[in-house]
Design a protein around this ligand. Structure first.
Ligand code: FE
Length: 176
């Protein structure tokens, strides 16, 4: 019974493992995407409209793959799926403030999960009918980078589950 329950939970995540998936590199640091990236800012909310070629010049390979090629990290491999630190999460590609740890909840799906974004404009949404599924894609509101998907099986108060890729998140601990 436990096995079946676990299987159902895994299947309910509905996030396909793409053939071009990548594994989060253990040597990628939380702020690695800032190195050599002049567009990264945690204060400037100006919309960024760069070509994929321009992004490729400034992003680490793992961030570029998910942000611009809509990749998916392997479940249970990212640095934040079971992380419980207090603070804020920022877009790893552009520094845009995305989520507060207050809205993060324990999800068994293997990806960091939040029930709401930090600001309504932190993210934007697009329908995604790839892999034979109807899903809602979540993109960064500033750089349009792919972050993950949103589902309707989250906890109160929103009932939403923002299912995100750890690779697309930078974490900044709150200061006391
Ligand atoms: Fe971004």
């Amino acid at each position: 019974m436990l096995f079946i329950t676990s299987l159902l939970l895994i299947l309910s995540c509905q996030q396909p493992i793409a053939s071009n998936e990548i594994i989060n590199s253990p040597d990628s640091t939380m702020n690695s995407s800032k190195t050599g990236n002049p567009y990264y800012s945690r204060t400037d909310t100006t919309k960024l409209e760069l070509t994929d070629a321009e992004w490729q010049k400034v992003l680490p390979d793992d961030v570029y793959h998910i942000a611009r090629n809509k990749g998916t990290e392997r479940a249970f491999t990212g640095k934040f799926w079971d992380f419980e630190g207090l603070g804020n999460y920022y877009c790893a590609a552009c520094g845009n403030a995305l989520f507060k740890s207050d809205s993060k909840f324990a999800s068994s799906c293997g990806w960091p999960s939040f029930y709401e974004s930090l600001r309504p404009t932190s993210v934007r949404y697009e329908s995604d009918n790839s892999y034979g599924m109807r899903r809602i894609e979540v993109l960064c509101g500033r750089c349009d980078g792919h972050l993950g998907h949103i589902f309707d099986d989250g906890p109160p108060p929103t009932g939403k589950r923002f299912c995100m890729n750890s690779i697309m998140l930078d974490f900044e601990p709150e200061t006391k």
